[in-house]
Every structure is written in structure tokens, then in C-alpha cells.
Design a protein around this ligand. Structure first.
Ligand code: FEO
Length: 168
């Protein structure tokens, strides 16, 4: 049986993952409005992955005899100044998520909850990959600058992103 403290931390994280999906769907809409279908696809896949993260945590909490305490999901940002702004906001958001994942792992160790500690290792690695991906794209956007042909090529590249297979 999971402790009340760990249950609360996972509950809060589950809602953060749902908020993340909400935020990335909002960015997807921003790109659909601009007819940048590759960028829209990238953020749609990003949003789908966040739903998968929430679902993993939902399943885990039930497996360990915990409960979800349902909370309101905040409205996502809808004002984006530029393409670069959407990626900067995404990187900042992922860093915020990483801090919370690390706090859960730390609390699980302190609680002697080795199952939760083990379960969240997947998320620790996922955050390393997500932050690296956003930093790479920010670097590419800096290289592109105002070059419309290069932006077209990046849009084509981002069109290729597919959702990951669910593994748990
Ligand atoms: Fe669920 Fe983007 O971290």
C-alpha cells in the first residue's frame, strides 16, 4: 500500500502530465493556424506522449492500491510570440517537470518506497531526452534565423515525427 505522501505526489504529477498535454495541444493549434503542418505534427505527438505519461502514472497508482484525486487542469498558455517562443516555453516547462520528477524520486527513497523509486526511473530518462530534444531544436532555429527555405525544411523534418509505442 502506497503512503499518503507518495500518493499525493503522484496525483499531482499525473495532473501536471495532463496539463503538459493541454499546453502542447495549444501550441499545436498555434501552428495549425499558421499552416505549419510539420510543427503542428511535432507538438501533437508531444501532446500524445504526455497523455501516455499520465496514463502510465494512472495505471501505476491503481496497481499499488492508490487513488486518483481528480483536480482541475489549468488553462494552457495561448499567446506565443514566435516559433522560438513556443520552443523556449516548452524547454522551460520540461525543466519544471524534471524538477518535480526528481522530487518524487527523492521522496520515494526517503519513504523507503522502492517500487515508486523504480517506476519513476523511466521518467528520469524521459526528461533527459525531452530536454535534449528541445535544446537541439532551439539550436536549429537559431541557425535558421530568417531563412524561409531552411524553415520549410525543418517543417518537413518535423512532419516525420511519429508517436512512440506505448511500452508499459
Ligand atoms: Fe511528461 Fe514532457 O514530460
Amino acid at each position: 500500500m502506497i503512503s499518503n505522501n507518495m500518493q499525493k505526489l503522484i496525483n499531482d504529477q499525473y495532473h501536471r502530465e495532463l496539463f503538459s498535454a493541454h499546453m502542447y495541444f495549444s501550441i499545436c493549434s498555434y501552428y495549425l493556424d499558421k499552416d505549419l503542418d510539420g510543427f503542428a505534427n511535432f507538438f501533437r505527438v508531444q501532446a500524445e506522449e504526455e497523455l501516455m505519461h499520465a496514463l502510465k502514472q494512472f495505471d501505476y497508482l491503481h496497481q499499488v492500491d492508490g487513488k486518483i484525486t481528480y483536480q482541475a487542469i489549468d488553462a494552457p498558455p495561448t499567446d506565443f510570440e514566435s516559433i522560438m517562443d513556443t520552443f523556449n516555453q516548452t524547454l522551460e516547462h520540461e525543466r519544471y517537470i524534471t524538477r518535480h520528477i526528481h522530487a518524487i524520486v527523492k521522496a520515494a527513497l526517503e519513504d523507503g518506497d522502492f517500487a515508486t523509486h523504480n517506476f519513476f526511473q523511466w521518467f528520469v530518462q524521459e526528461q533527459v531526452e525531452e530536454e535534449a530534444l528541445m535544446r537541439t531544436l532551439i539550436a536549429k532555429l537559431k541557425l535558421i534565423g530568417n531563412n524561409k527555405s531552411a524553415l520549410y525544411l525543418l517543417n518537413e523534418e518535423l512532419m516525420q515525427r511519429k508517436p512512440e509505442e506505448a511500452t508499459a
